[in-house]
Design a protein around this ligand. Structure first.
Ligand SMILES: Cc1cc2nc3c(=O)[nH]c(=O)nc-3n(C[C@H](O)[C@H](O)[C@H](O)COP(=O)(O)OP(=O)(O)OC[C@H]3O[C@@H](n4cnc5c(N)ncnc54)[C@H](O)[C@@H]3O)c2cc1C
Length: 377
């Protein structure tokens, strides 16, 4: 051991399958900290089943697994991570990942909590939430206070920290529309830094954080919400649902309720049936490409998207005969073929094979390559 390094070991854990193994070499550049400052040591468990930590319900194991309750724990811990504990993967609610094999490194589940009002005036509120806050609880918190901006994103599973990763979107609103900034920990320089909206490079289910290599831990996110309602009612069936509820002059809370009702009818509840929402992104193509496809497939479902066109991936999949299909324990969800489901004992590889068959048939019929929205691990 070099001078300036500290070896820390803590006592064992009783359960045989969960051995507490924190034993780490702390490099010189962090040993300026007194030993007492490491009192919030992480519990790292070994060979942990990830089944409860992913909404597909895939039963693979993580070589090392830990849950963090404070960002200080993690920013002190990451620089100490030994080579054999790598690679590192952060997990929130596990609602946008498909595990296809045991994870060879360390999975860190972010369970940090906290909501703060940073600034407020007569028109706006700047609100900051820790990465481990449950997304829909956070949305409810803002709607209960009549702050507008997140209501169309109600009931999306997962946590606040993952929301910027794919710029979550639903019912005509994307996270970027209300995003102010976020604080992240750089895994290369071991420094905290802020990202503005421009720096996040948000796109359709995209951001700088979704790129391979993911060099940042998102620690907390700040949103700018309005104190006056600017409602987005024209997407999907929101107006229809409000009409059914006999609401003519909707409030922010009414919009949240309408979105929740639509989602409950349309999407499978991961508690009841394993899934990760839309498995594929809706493809975006140019006007010229659209014209070529329409020549043979005049009914193709499409929407204007910036200067291009977004196609309905669900429609493409359905046209290839995949609606309500099942192979073993994998299938397309009856109400929405874009959602792949695990009927119980499917492995991640079963789901990936099934997805690849869908992708191939869509390519053969339409010449379009479906991209996965779900992160394959
Ligand atoms: C039924 C259902 C409906 C859905 N509907 C929608 C929808 O309408 N719109 C939509 O956009 N998505 C939807 N999703 C997908 C998913 O809920 C979102 O992408 C959500 O933001 C994922 O959050 P999570 O905490 O579960 O992320 P996880 O699945 O835990 O992680 C997703 C990715 O983000 C990374 N990550 C997680 N936390 C952090 C962090 N703090 N810092 C850095 N990287 C991190 C992970 O490594 C992983 O690559 C749906 C999923 C389900 C199951």
């Amino acid at each position: 051991m070099e001078i300036g390094e500290t070896r820390i070991k803590t006592q064992g854990f009783s359960d045989q399958s969960e051995i507490f193994i924190f034993c780490s070499l702390i490099p010189k550049h962090v040993t300026g900290l007194a030993f007492a400052e490491f009192k919030t040591m992480l519990e790292i468990k070994e060979h942990i089943s990830l089944k409860p930590f992913n909404t597909f319900g895939i039963n693979v194991k993580a070589r090392y697994f830990s849950e963090i309750m404070s960002c200080d724990e993690i920013t002190q811990f990451i620089p100490t991570l030994e080579k054999d504990h790598q690679p590192l993967l952060f997990l929130g609610g596990g609602s946008n990942v498909l595990f296809t094999k045991d994870y060879p490194g360390t999975i860190i589940r972010i369970a940090t909590r906290g909501i703060k009002i940073l600034k407020e005036d007569s028109d706006y509120v700047f609100i900051n939430a820790e990465a481990g806050e449950v997304w829909d609880e956070f949305v409810k918190y803002t709607v209960d206070r009549k702050w507008c901006g997140l209501e169309n994103l109600s009931l999306i599973p997962g946590n606040v920290g993952a929301a910027p990763v794919q710029n979550i979107g639903a019912y005509g609103v994307e996270l970027k529309d209300v995003f102010c900034e976020l604080e992240a920990f750089d895994l290369v320089t071991f420094e905290k830094r802020k990202f503005s909206r421009e720096e996040c490079l948000f796109g359709y289910r995209e951001s700088v954080f979704k790129h391979p290599g993911r060099n940042y831990l998102i620690m907390n996110v700040t949103f700018r919400l309005t104190k006056y309602p600017i409602l987005h009612l024209d997407y999907g069936k929101i107006r229809e649902e409000l009409f059914t509820l006999q609401i003519q002059d909707p409030t922010i809370r009414d919009v949240r309720e309408a979105v929740i009702r639509i989602r409950r009818k349309k999407l499978p509840d991961p508690v009841l049936i394993g899934n990760a929402g839309s498995f594929f992104k809706n493809p975006v193509i140019t006007g010229e490409q659209l014209e070529q496809i329409r020549f043979e497939h005049s009914g193709i479902v499409h929407f204007p998207f910036n200067d291009e066109f977004k196609l309905s991936a669900a429609w493409l999949i359905e046209q290839c005969g995949w609606k309500n299909r099942r192979q073993g324990d994998v299938g397309t969800y009856s109400g929405q073929p874009l959602v792949l489901v695990n009927y119980g004992l499917a492995t991640g590889k079963d789901i990936l094979d099934f997805a690849n068959q869908i992708r191939e048939s869509v390519y053969e019929k339409f010449g379009i390559n479906l991209e996965t929205e779900v992160n394959i691990v």
